[in-house]
Design a protein around this ligand. Structure first.
Ligand SMILES: [Zn+2]
Ligand SMILES: [Zn+2]
Length: 314
């Protein structure tokens, strides 16, 4: 299995790695990799309607020190509000964790603010900034993602405007997904799907960042192409076992690098760790090799996973 994973890796890497490229801030290696991107909710202030970064205004540094905060401050000085009182707008990247083979930077030193190139890559994959609009008559339908002019981040906005000018367009959509993915698996109505719905998530594939959706489609494409049936099944097995961990349900949690998704829910936290699919797959393959029992509870048929993930948790 390990040998065939390396063979598979050789095929998928050239397609997936460009999605995760960054420059190491700790020595300048231009061929470093994004271990994860920290994404924060952007909320709408219920008092003045302005957009507010949940982990903005020093809150992110506070969170990294392990301090908790309950209230979010209105950017226009109109008091404070709680998360529950505010509408969701979108997520925005606030930090990158870098994996660098050259300097092997570790711990908190892996943290890097997004530079211009990081923003450009992020926008070219995830698309320009949007806001969620709800037009349906009930809470289960008709969410739209309407483009807006700017990110809350000034550098992000500057890079985005440059890109718009360069391409002479007024919006940059998310990058096309190169291979098959389950486009039409809708969330059922249910208690657990309420929370994602508020974020405009009505399809199961939206539980992934676009970057990881693309990476998954590439990986799945090459797994399907494996001729040996047994081997293919094992790969599917590892693929399925990985899905929860590479979804937007991967929370950022203080003092716990894992931030494993809450079991039995579809909960998306306000600060997300958008991880590197290839690295997680490496990890899962190793788990399969070690024959971990918990994995055996998965059926391993990744082709229906998006449906499965959802239908198991109505
Ligand atoms: Zn306000
Ligand atoms: Zn480095």
């Amino acid at each position: 299995l390990k040998g065939s994973w390396w063979k598979l890796r050789e095929k998928v890497e050239p397609e997936i790695r460009p999605l995760c490229k960054t420059r190491c801030h700790n020595g300048g290696n231009t061929d470093a990799e994004i271990a994860n991107i920290i994404l924060s909710y952007v909320l709408r202030c219920p008092r003045c309607n302005a957009e507010v970064l949940y982990a903005g205004d020093g809150s992110w540094d506070q969170m990294k020190r392990g301090e908790k905060f309950k209230k979010i401050r209105c950017p226009n000085g109109k008091g404070e509000f709680t998360k529950a009182q505010a509408d969701f707008v979108r997520v925005e990247p606030i930090e990158i964790r870098v994996d660098c083979k050259a300097c092997k930077v570790k711990g908190e030193a892996k943290a890097k603010s997004l530079d211009e190139e990081d923003w450009e890559l992020y926008i070219s994959i995830e698309g320009g900034p949007t806001k969620v609009i709800h037009e349906g008559e009930d809470e289960w339908s008709e969410y739209k993602f309407e483009p807006v002019e700017r990110f809350l981040d000034d550098l992000g906005t500057k890079v985005y405007q440059k890109m718009l000018q360069h391409w002479s367009v007024d919006y940059i959509p998310p990058k096309e997904v190169p291979y098959w993915y389950p486009k039409d698996v809708k969330f059922p109505k249910g208690y657990n799907t309420r929370q994602p719905l508020k974020r405009g998530i009505t399809y199961s594939y939206q539980m992934f960042s676009h970057r990881n959706l693309i990476a998954l489609s590439i990986l799945w494409h090459y797994i399907k192409g494996i001729e040996d049936e047994k081997l293919r099944d094992k790969m599917r097995f590892a693929f399925t076992g990985m899905l929860f961990y590479v979804s937007l349900m991967r929370r950022w949690v203080y003092s716990n690098v894992a931030g494993v998704p809450l079991k039995g829910t579809l909960f998306i936290a306000s600060v997300i760790q958008d991880v590197n699919t290839l690295e997680i797959f490496d990890f899962k393959i190793n788990q399969v090799l070690r024959g971990l029992r918990e994995l055996l509870t998965f059926k391993g048929n990744g082709s229906v996973f998006f449906a499965k993930v959802i239908s198991n948790k109505p």
